[in-house]
Design a protein around this ligand. Structure first.
Ligand SMILES: Nc1nc2c(ncn2[C@@H]2O[C@H](COP(=O)(O)OP(=O)(O)OP(=O)(O)O)[C@@H](O)[C@H]2O)c(=O)[nH]1
Ligand SMILES: [Mg+2]
Length: 446
């Protein structure tokens, strides 16, 4: 399957820097590396070299490293040229390599080759991109765990049990007369249930991993002057939004991405919702309602010194399925103690004094399904969640077949489909253009 082109890419970020790395991979990598450096290049030995152009003139000097395939990241021969981090020098070196017949790598092509050469499975390759793009420490740790196989191992353990079950059921099919007894007398149903339960646990863990990777979208809503912008500022730890005592201060939606206890949060501060004849304010209120529609979690900010029930009525506008956290603000003025009522999804705090905001952050994390135990979480993507759900659906369908109709044949088919769905996560099963869709979103040089 391996592509036989030799590819190259600048692996360090664009711009000037201390060191600039160009990576080469493919059957011609060693010959090209030797040509550019004029040295033999021993595997895994750093060689200080001059990098020359085709007329022998020195372009740069630096270190060349050769990794002999298959003991390399891609599984092919890989050469790294580590020169100075000058965009001009790197362009000259790139031209030199192109002149020697190498081709500029597509985004993610090194990782794709690593996958095709069995150096990593698909979920691990995706974890590389997630690690590079991680927006918080917790997300980076989760991606690292996936890269090390924490997610793939659990998927593969399920696949192994599924295969055992399939072997058993399909063996039963070979003895049609005894099929029913064979299955009824065995513990297939119990094994199926245990498998489904473990699959659900994995799905829940993957959901947490996806939240860590992609973050949650939060909208702050409430009546004018309730303290929405003050709350945003307290969460952000800086003066992101204008705060005044004039109701109707915020007009536009103000978006920030914050890392709250490691959870990436895409948060929107909005205009206070009320009846307004002011054209600008009315447009702001329309936008506030639009932000509400796309949120995963809504923070309904209530001024605790005013009529609380009247302000709560806004909760009715929140779409079904969106979690609402009630924030009783201005606790200092209202003489309320700062508190968190987890089961009620309610906190009282003072945004202005930044008192009680930590409790809100913890409630946000648990509402997002993360809880405090992000320990052991691995990163996961929507694609993985879909595959796990699909496998769960087939297991459930198979169970119905067995329990209600005693059809071993349909059970066998459902088990096969469940296995295929799981196989898509690690790349054992490849749907059309899955690789293109995944690797095209990688950065170049990875
Ligand atoms: N004492 C006290 N005052 C607060 C608190 N939170 C906000 N305020 C004050 O309430 C007023 C309104 O605060 P904002 O944060 O601008 O309120 P808002 O909900 O964004 O208002 P609009 O943008 O007009 O909808 C300001 O004078 C704040 O200083 C609080 O916890 N305690
Ligand atoms: Mg405001």
């Amino acid at each position: 399957m391996a592509d036989t082109d030799t590819i190259f890419a600048i692996a360090t970020p664009p711009g000037a820097g201390g060191v600039g790395v160009i990576r080469l991979s493919g059957p011609g990598a060693l010959a090209m590396g030797r040509e550019v450096t004029g040295q033999a290049l021993e595997p895994r030995r750093a060689a200080f070299c001059r990098f020359t152009d085709d007329s022998g003139e020195v372009i740069d000097s630096g270190i060349a490293l050769y990794f002999q395939g298959p003991a390399s990241f891609t599984g092919e021969d890989v050469v790294e040229l580590q020169g100075h981090g000058s965009p001009v020098v790197q362009q000259m070196l790139s031209r030199r390599l192109a002149g020697l017949g190498a081709r500029a790598a597509r985004p993610g092509e090194f990782s794709e080759r690593a996958f095709l050469n069995d150096k990593l499975d698909l979920a691990q390759a995706e974890a590389i991109a997630d690690l590079v793009a991680a927006g918080s420490e917790a997300a980076a740790r989760a991606a690292q765990r996936s890269l090390e196989g924490a997610f793939s191992d659990r998927v593969e353990a399920l696949v192994a049990r599924l295969v055992e079950l399939r072997v058993f059921v399909e063996a039963a099919l070979d003895f049609p007369d005894e099929e029913i007894d064979f299955i009824a007398e065995s513990d297939v149903l119990d094994r199926l249930d245990a498998l489904a339960a473990d699959l659900n646990d994995l799905l829940a863990a993957a959901q947490r991993g996806q939240v860590l990777r992609d973050g949650v979208t939060v909208a702050i809503i409430g009546q004018p002057n309730a303290g929405k912008s003050s709350l945003l500022n307290a969460l952000a730890g800086r003066d992101a939004a204008i705060v005044t005592d004039i109701p109707g201060t915020t007009r536009d939606v103000l978006r920030e991405t914050l890392s709250l206890d490691g959870l990436p949060v895409h948060i929107a501060d909005t205009a206070g919702i009320r009846e307004s004849t002011d054209v600008v304010e009315a447009e702001g209120i329309r936008r506030a309602r639009a932000a509400l529609e796309v949120a995963d979690i809504v923070l309904l900010v209530i001024d605790a010194t005013r009529d609380i029930d009247a302000q709560r009525a806004l909760a009715a506008e929140v779409p079904e399925g969106v979690a609402v956290i009630e924030v009783l603000n201005k606790a200092d003025l209202a003489g309320l103690p700062v508190s968190v009522e987890e089961s009620q999804r309610r906190v009282s705090l003072s945004a202005r004094l930044d008192d009680g905001v930590g409790g809100l952050v913890r409630l946000l994390a648990s509402t997002a399904g993360l809880g405090t135990a992000s320990e052991g979480t691995f990163s996961a993507r929507t694609r993985h969640l879909e595959a796990l759900s699909c496998a769960a659906v087939h297991l459930a369908a198979g169970r119905v077949q067995l329990a209600d109709y005693v059809s071993a044949e349909t059970l066998a088919e459902e088990l096969r489909l469940a296995q295929d769905a799981l196989g898509e996560i690690t790349g054992q099963v490849l749907a059309d253009d899955l690789l293109g869709a995944i690797f095209s979103s990688f950065c170049i040089g990875k």
